[in-house]
Design a protein around this ligand. Structure first.
Ligand SMILES: Cc1cc2nc3c(=O)[nH]c(=O)nc-3n(C[C@H](O)[C@H](O)[C@H](O)COP(=O)(O)O)c2cc1C
Length: 171
């Protein structure tokens, strides 16, 4: 049985001028983390290197968002998203994130570069509403890996904004 994930209920906020940066290999294992990442998550470098990026996964994040993210970056496209993450002590923090595939100078993809900053509160409120609904869909379809909730999200935003990217960048 998996252990319950401890959440403190305390939200921490990034400074206006801080950037959180990590790099990963193609599997999403951390190969570099900057100081801001270590400060905000409470992990030391030795605890992070080689670990999967889902070390900071928050249970309130829908699977469908990660489905989208992996779909885009593994196809070599950069992508943007709002992500709620969990620090080591159970606090949470929201970020506005950009993930960019890294190429080796030829067409070979070697990993991902992940940079995030403080999000606008109004944007978090908007995506949080959508994420709540995605979580409900995921509860109704246990075993689904996020395809159904992602389909729902994409249909919502395409109708109103044309694409997921236009929606996210317009928030
Ligand atoms: C560059 C990169 C950055 C990622 N950033 C996050 C992140 O900030 N938070 C997170 O929970 N998952 C992140 N992921 C996705 C995780 O690899 C994983 O798919 C996700 O946490 C879902 O975990 P699960 O498969 O255990 O449910 C990232 C993946 C990559 C490649």
């Amino acid at each position: 049985m998996s252990q319950p994930i401890y959440l403190s209920g305390k939200e921490i906020s990034l400074d206006d001028n801080s950037f959180i940066v990590t790099k990963t290999d193609l599997q999403g294992n951390i190969t570099y983390a900057n100081r801001v990442f270590m400060q905000i998550t409470g992990y030391r470098e030795a605890e992070l290197l080689g670990k999967p990026q889902n070390i900071i996964r928050h249970p309130a994040m829908p699977k469908g968002i990660f489905r989208y993210l992996w779909q885009e970056i593994s196809a070599g496209r950069e992508c943007f998203s709002y992500v709620n993450n969990r620090s080591k002590n159970g606090d949470n923090y929201w970020v506005f994130a950009n993930i960019t595939p890294v190429f080796d100078g030829t067409i070979k993809m070697t990993g991902y570069f992940y940079c995030r900053r403080k999000p606008k509160a109004s944007a978090v409120a908007k995506v949080n509403q959508l994420y709540q609904h995605m979580l409900e869909i995921e509860q109704q379809h246990q075993g689904d890996r996020g395809d159904k909730s992602l389909q729902w999200l994409l249909a919502q935003v395409q109708q109103e904004h044309g694409s997921y990217e236009k929606f996210i960048l317009g928030l």
